[in-house]
Design a protein around this ligand. Structure first.
Ligand SMILES: [Cu+2]
Length: 129
């Protein structure tokens, strides 16, 4: 790799890190779920193996569910299991982890517990190239 290419690569990494609300430099995404939101709602990870740690700081069951690209859901009643790529169920005050490896691109994340999407539990996952 030339020095120029190495620099461009390093700068690209810096920009991705700087733009993300939460990024997974080490492949670990840390997300808190509350009644009724994800914090942060938008997360970014580099492509490759990603580990997510979901902490439920709320008082009811939640999940962090990554939808297939192209899945369109307006209300939680429209959710079908086949739409999900990654599902992390987490009970109140619990912490759950999961690992996944998805192609680069933007993904929609929701909580599939009935009513929670409508209450605001929607987010984004971006997998970098
Ligand atoms: Cu929920």
């Amino acid at each position: 790799m030339s020095l120029r290419l190495a620099l461009a690569s390093a700068i690209g990494t810096l920009i991705i890190t700087a733009c993300a609300g939460s990024s997974a430099d080490s492949g670990l995404l840390e997300i808190a779920v509350d009644d009724f939101e994800f914090r942060p709602s938008a997360v970014t990870a580099a492509s490759g193996d990603v580990q997510v740690e979901v902490r439920n700081v709320g008082g009811v069951d939640h999940n962090w569910t990554v939808l297939q690209p192209g899945a369109v859901i307006i209300t939680s009643s429209e959710f079908e299991a086949s739409m999900a790529l990654v599902v992390v169920d987490v009970a109140p005050r619990a912490v759950e982890t999961a690992s996944f490896n998805l192609p680069p691109g933007p993904y929609v994340v929701i909580c599939t517990v009935p009513g929670h999407l409508e209450a605001g539990m929607k987010g984004e996952l971006t997998i970098g190239g």
